[in-house]
Write a protein that binds this ligand. Structure first.
Ligand code: UD1
Length: 344
């Protein structure tokens, strides 16, 4: 068995897929989650895939004492992958303090306690949102960090800076900041996937819910952007590919492969895909017709962004592999699974 890794927010969408890949790579996983936006049944899904039920603690990381108790109860944690955070952009605009408190206090508590318990590796779940609309595409890690468009985006930037400042001040751990582009899809077994509560804000869950009839129609937010087909362009990255990057990142720190104590990596495919292209690829892959219409632009959307993932390719030895049609099929299979189970 390799090192013991704490996965905060490990019941959530990306956290659960990462717990699976960590276990498959031989790591021992401890999951912490307050279940504010997730369901503990996900742990069954993880067990069904890997054969191992990870240790689980239901707790809120804003409670520093509770976090301390977790480290006492699970001695020998070597690395932390910090997913635990609030993540709805629109909600963060309406409730900024909720976002600043939750996303920042949890990070501060973690950074305080890590040295006390001998944790030497921190992987942080960041976002390409820190680049805003980049001046040059594809965007690489040297691009300037721009003013955030939402409190959510701001918490990602601030957390990156807090981690860096703490390490530059001599904290005895190293960190990898992973800047995700647009994570989509589900585990190919359909045991775990994305479970949006209420009306989905993100594109792919909206697509699969429209395809299955939960939503009558998908709105495409704008076809008058300066892009080849007029709709926005994003870099859609398969969630299992993304999860595997976290295993590489933990290995990179624990096996001392890097020189820098804190380092950021883009996680994307390197290919920009428009909203309309995504819709048509979904239709072709699943043979399901989508009812959609073009509506006005959504406020706050940037026209286009996609990654230059070469740094992660070269230094982490990680590359996005799953073809887009397979990723879209996995999301569809997951939606069908939710229907079969009567969940949605
Ligand atoms: C959003 C967040 C980003 C966050 C990411 C992952 C914003 C501005 N950014 O990215 O910070 O990291 O989610 O959670 O909200 N679209 C439609 N119809 C829909 C939904 C979306 O046309 O019903 C379009 C959007 O205009 C966009 C693309 O689909 O062009 C992707 O949207 P979405 O999935 O919400 O992700 P982002 O906005 O890129």
């Amino acid at each position: 068995m390799k090192a013991k890794i704490l996965v905060t927010g490990g019941v959530g969408y990306i956290g659960s897929h990462t717990a699976v890949e960590l276990q498959k790579a031989g790591y021992e996983v401890v999951i912490l989650d307050n279940l504010s936006n997730s369901n503990a049944e996900v742990l069954d899904g993880i067990k069904n895939i890997t054969g191992i039920r990870p240790a689980f603690e239901k707790m809120d990381m804003q409670d520093k004492n509770a976090l301390r108790q977790l480290f006492e109860k699970h001695p020998g944690i070597k690395g932390v992958i910090n997913f635990a955070a609030s993540k709805a952009v629109g909600e963060s605009v309406k409730k900024p303090l909720l976002y600043y408190r939750n996303n920042l206090v949890t990070m501060l508590n973690l950074l305080d306690l890590m040295p006390e318990y001998g944790v030497t590796a921190l992987v942080f779940s960041s976002s390409c949102t820190v680049y805003g609309q980049p001046d040059r595409l594809p965007v690489d890690e040297t691009a300037p960090i721009k003013l955030a468009l939402s409190p959510y985006g701001n918490t990602k930037r601030i957390c990156e800076e807090i981690i860096a400042d703490t390490i530059y001040a001599g904290a005895p751990f190293k960190s990898v900041l992973l800047r995700y582009f647009n994570p989509i899809g589900a585990h190919p077994t359909a045991e775990i996937g994305e479970l949006p509560l209420g009306v989905p804000q993100n594109l792919l869950p909206y697509i699969t819910q429209t395809a299955i009839g939960i939503r009558p129609q998908l709105s495409v937010f704008g076809d008058d952007y300066e892009t080849p087909d007029g709709s926005c362009i994003r870099d859609y990255i398969n969630v299992v590919d993304l999860a595997k990057a976290h295993v590489k990142a933990i290995e990179y720190i624990l096996e001392n492969k890097g020189e820098k104590a804190v380092e950021a990596f883009n996680l994307g495919t390197g290919r920009g895909v428009s909203v309309l292209e995504l819709i048509h690829t979904f239709e072709e892959a699943t043979k399901v017709k989508l009812n959609y219409k073009i509506v006005n632009r959504r406020e706050g959307d940037i026209p286009q962004i996609w990654a230059n993932p070469e740094k992660a390719n070269k230094i982490l030895g990680w590359k996005a592999e799953v073809p887009l049609p397979d990723t879209l099929l996995s999301a569809w299979k997951w939606q069908l699974h939710l229907r079969e189970k009567g969940i949605m």
